[in-house]
Design a protein around this ligand. Structure first.
Ligand code: TYD
Length: 209
């Protein structure tokens, strides 16, 4: 089973990923947790380029780099792990490109779907959680607002609140258009209530396999 977590920076994905991992391990499953961009040497190198670069990166180039990192992760890590029977949980995947590069940067969403279809070669998640919360709350958690910054923001986090508003709206459009794989979670609810929602959705999906 392949599960992805999505949402703007600071939406609280990582806490829930670690709860879900523990819960599934307690049930006897082997779990692999990955993050995008990253999860293998080549994709981590692309991550450094994308997040730490002081150079301006053209949005099309940005899209292709994120997608190249994804293609490498799918072929070298995710497919082999799924083949061995592991459950793979990935922090971000194709919907991040649609939300950030499509709705955030303004690139044509259809092109993003085409480029990603080529990169992932058919590997669509079984479940995708989209964590939704007001941009202002996410900003406080992630520190991408200059006044509230706790540590220095990466290149994406420096894109500003307008960008994150468009990205958040993008995620909600993805959820509207999409299919049954997507579940929107209100991430300003109690952590325990979110944990129960996430586990129950995964449990239902596991039983249907
Ligand atoms: P990261 O620190 O992993 O963010 P988070 O902890 O919020 O998941 O940084 C990844 C950044 O890259 C994040 O700002 C989202 C962005 N991103 C894209 O713009 N497009 C993509 O396709 C992916 C995978 C990430």
């Amino acid at each position: 089973m392949f599960i992805t977590f999505e949402g703007i920076d600071g939406s609280g994905k990582s806490t829930q990923i670690s709860y879900l991992k523990d819960w599934l391990e307690d049930k006897g499953h082997t779990i692999l947790v990955l993050r995008e961009p990253g999860g293998n040497i080549v994709s981590e190198q692309i991550r450094t380029l994308l997040l730490d670069s002081k150079e301006e990166i053209d949005p099309r180039s940005e899209l292709l780099l994120f997608t190249a990192a994804r293609a490498q992760l799918v072929s070298k890590v995710i497919r082999p792990a799924l083949k061995q029977g592991s459950i793979v949980i990935c922090d971000r995947y194709i919907d991040s490109s649609v939300a950030y590069q499509g709705y955030g940067r303004g690139l044509p969403v259809n092109d993003i779907h085409l480029i990603n279809a080529f990169a992932i070669n058919g590997l669509v998640p079984d479940i995708t959680f989209i964590f939704d919360l007001p941009v202002e709350d996410a900003a406080l958690r992630a520190g991408f607002r200059s006044t509230d910054k706790k540590s220095s923001p990466d290149r994406m986090e420096q894109s500003g609140e307008e960008f994150f508003k468009k990205t958040k709206e993008g995620y909600l459009k993805i959820a509207e258009d999409a299919n049954r794989r997507i579940f929107v979670v209100q991430s300003n609810e109690q952590v325990e209530s979110i944990r129960l929602q996430v586990c129950s959705i995964v449990d239902t999906c596991l039983k249907s396999l």
